[in-house]
Design a protein around this ligand. Structure first.
Ligand code: COA
Length: 436
């Protein structure tokens, strides 16, 4: 056994409910309950009571999440780990990911990563991550993904930023409306109606948006006000839908008003559009709500169209711009073959990967929208990059010309980066509106 294994016992298990659990009163089994309490501690949340732990466990089970808890072999009496709480948490589960052209693949999602301050920098995260990625690779998954609460942790494990997101704020009084007049119409609906119709609209958004990750159970609770941490619905959530000219609902927005009197901020909680008209029509509504001095949307893409659509584009400010989804390629051949290819071409790519999963030199031959990817025995590849950079450019959400300028893609054959740029261009802006 290594020193690490002398010190720690790593337990990996499927989230589970206890035998006493009922629909009305969900209860976690002991190991799942301890994991949930430790994760809340790691993310600085209030200690959950048994009801809150039970509700969380129900979500984790519904998602099919696999939890890892790390326990000291020598727990300290009176300390939290002595009470059976793990000192580190980690979880993973599978959801579908749109890789472009309407193609969906299974992605290995990682979440719930915490290490207690008393056990930091002893290699616990490194161990949990490398074990988990190895399991995902042997289960046949081509890519892992995560959303990070800190930007400096995950590149070392081969994750690169593939999707960014922005917070935009529009002053409706300055905006003077939209330049065009979107087709269809909007109407306000109750929160319950929204909860009923949202999954179908999201499924249409998901099917047409490269980079989109399907939603897990908990995402709906927060975005639609279905269930707050205390288990009750959020009465402040408002909703509206857009109908196309045939009357079919093709978009919705959930929002909340903050502030008072004539200076409310309209905070968009969830804005999901399956068509361009739905997106514009819903923004037209948001900009016409009275007593509002700002409309804030934290889930905008890098290519959000609203700045162009407004009569006065200067009414929009980007107030935040951050990494959103990080991709970690586990199987280079499968990941590159899964996505559609925009232009015919041939390029050889050398990929470095300290964990080994994605490493090698590959020849990509794209023709008629699909690529064949084979290991190649060439002395020098056309471009060289590491696995994290491959994750960034994989779906076409980050321009390889920009990545070359950042020193992350090395061009060994003149013009190869431009060739890759044409080949990997995405059919629509790469975006995701799921946090996990
Ligand atoms: C971030 C966190 C999980 C790291 O856990 P850890 O067990 O201390 O990490 P390890 O000891 O395995 O370190 C692994 C590597 O990451 C580096 N690292 C760890 N935390 C880091 C941080 N916050 N910033 C930069 N590098 C970090 C270590 O230096 C080490 O590098 P090396 O392998 O090149 O030597 C832990 O500090 C934590 O729980 N933070 C609060 C919750 C959080 O932010 N979780 C992330 C959710 S997405």
């Amino acid at each position: 056994m290594s020193d690490f294994d002398d010190d720690y016992d790593i337990r990996t298990f499927a989230a589970a409910l206890s035998p006493e659990s009922t629909d009305d009163r969900p209860r976690a089994d002991d190991e799942t309950a301890a994991w949930i309490r430790a994760e809340a501690l790691g993310f600085h949340e209030a200690a959950p009571d048994d009801d809150a732990v039970g509700r969380t466990a129900r979500r984790l089970v519904a998602d099919g999440r696999v939890e890892t808890g790390v326990h000291p072999r020598d727990p300290r009496e009176g300390a939290l780990d002595g009470d059976g709480l793990p000192v580190a948490t980690f979880e993973s589960f599978v959801e579908s990911l749109n890789v472009g052209g309407g193609r969906l693949i299974d992605a290995h999602l990682i979440s719930g990563v915490t290490v207690q301050p008393t056990h930091r920098r002893r290699g616990i995260l490194r161990r949990m991550m490398t074990d988990d990625l190895a399991r995902a690779k042997s289960a046949g998954l081509a890519v892992a993904a995560l959303t990070a609460s800190e930007g400096s942790i995950y590149r070392r494990f081969g994750f690169g930023v593939g999707v960014r997101e922005r917070t935009i704020e529009v002053d409706p009084r300055r905006a003077s409306g939209l330049l065009g007049d979107p087709e269809g119409g909007v109407e306000l609906v109750s929160r319950d109606a929204l909860i009923g119709l949202a999954p179908e609209v999201f499924a249409r958004f998901h099917a047409r948006t490269p980079g989109s990750i399907d939603r897990h159970e908990g995402a709906w609770n927060r975005l639609l006000g279905r269930e707050r941490p205390d288990g009750t619905p959020d009465p402040a959530v408002r909703g509206a839908v857009h109908r196309d000219s045939a009357g079919t609902i093709d978009g919705y927005v959930a929002y909340r008003l903050e502030g008072e009197n004539e200076t409310h901020t309209l905070v968009v909680l969830d804005l999901v559009a399956a068509t361009d008209d739905a997106y514009l029509g819903l923004w037209q509504l948001l900009l016409s709500v009275d007593l509002v001095t700002g409309v804030r949307f934290a889930g905008a893409s890098q290519s959000d169209p609203i700045g162009h659509a407004l009569v006065n584009g200067r009414a929009l400010r980007v107030t935040h711009d951050e990494d959103h989804v990080w991709f970690r390629i586990l199987d280079t051949v499968a990941a590159l073959q899964a996505r559609p290819w925009a232009a015919d071409g041939v390029v050889t790519i050398a990929v470095g990967d300290s964990l080994g999963h994605a490493a090698g030199t590959f020849r990509v031959t794209s023709e008629g929208g699909s690529a064949t990817v084979k290991r190649a025995a060439v002395r020098r590849a056309d471009i060289e990059l590491d696995v994290a950079t491959l994750g960034s450019l994989w779906l076409g959400g980050v321009d390889p010309v920009t990545l070359a300028a950042a020193g992350l893609v090395r061009e060994r054959r003149k013009g190869a980066v431009q060739t890759v740029r044409a080949m990997i261009a995405a059919d629509r802006p790469v975006h995701s509106i799921t946090h996990f």
